[in-house]
Ligand binder design. Sequence first.
Ligand code: GAF
Length: 390
Amino acid sequence: MTDAYQALEKVFESKFMHKPTDRFFSPGRINLIGEHTDYNGGHVFPAAITIGTYGVARLRDDTTVKLYSTNFSDTDIISFSIENEEKLARGSWGNYVKGVLQAMRGYGNHFTKGFELAVTGNIPNASGLSSSSSLELLVGVTLQKLYNLKIPRLQLVASGQRSENDFVGVNTGIMDQFAIGFGEKNHAIYLDTNTMIYEMVPVNLGQNVIVIMNTNKRRELADSKYNDRVRETQEAVFDLQKKLKIQYLGELDSHTFEENQQLVHNDTIRRRARHAVTENERAQLAVKALKANDLSYFGQLLNASHESLKNDYEVTGIELDTLAETAQKVPGVLGARMTGAGFGGCAIALVDRNHVADLKTIVGRAYREKIGYDASFYVAEIGQGAHWVG
Ligand code: GAF
């Protein structure tokens, strides 16, 4: 970690001709279970991980903002005035910074001086481990420290989400920013996205570990497909409201849903709704199972979650299915499922630590044979949320 900062400080000095004053870190996240439930008023169970985004920064005396990232070698310094609220070109990573600035202004914060920020990250690109929310929260904690803002953590989290929704144009829920904002070492966050009540749950896996399995597939069109799922579940709510007084699918149990599902106007929308309802139940059961140390049942719920995401929600694809379904059959694996938005990205497997090598060999071989290129594997470590390092 210290090495990462030393290298980044050198980059900062060579780009901005000054030394930075502060260091920051913001993690990525995995979601254990509760997928595509956060914009449906359901439960989620994510955790921050130890890989993430590093930043070093300095406040300036004038109004210029200068940004540099080592992860986008083709672009050079991004520069704009702190007063300029216009979007940068589509696809520019600077829009995440501008989006957070704008959202924080919306909460009544004022930024008069500019700043310099250099970032570097070790979250694999477009891997579904939420590199974008990691960057948003990195910007949030950087602005909080540089401008000495006394603001609640939830405001930073909400600013990240607003940046994503309003500035970047993906209608995501709050899960990723919440996990990254509130993460704690060796804990997962059990969040009810309807009430925003949450609980930190220790993740005691005994001799088991969580392995992240990366499809290494580019998540093409993922944003528009994500927005389609948001719209589809809203359509289901609209249909169900003809009889039921609900605002979100997360308010329904699966029994009530089954009894009323004929209200939903077509089969595709019905299956989307079924996933949101059953996944919300699985998340609640999984947290109970983890607390009761019933890892076998926890694993079964992971498998059921993947099946629902594959058949009812249709966000997996051949790459994620190959990883999760092959992993589920490996001896020592208690359960496996895709994690995050889907459409490529990563899956996770809960596996006995003595079987990690088998998992990598068996799943790695099956993936290469079927997909034609390699998957990557990392053992996940659950770490602290976004913070000022010093
Ligand atoms: C993405 C979104 F950003 C989250 O809000 C969540 O909806 C997730 O997909 C699916 O559970 O990571």
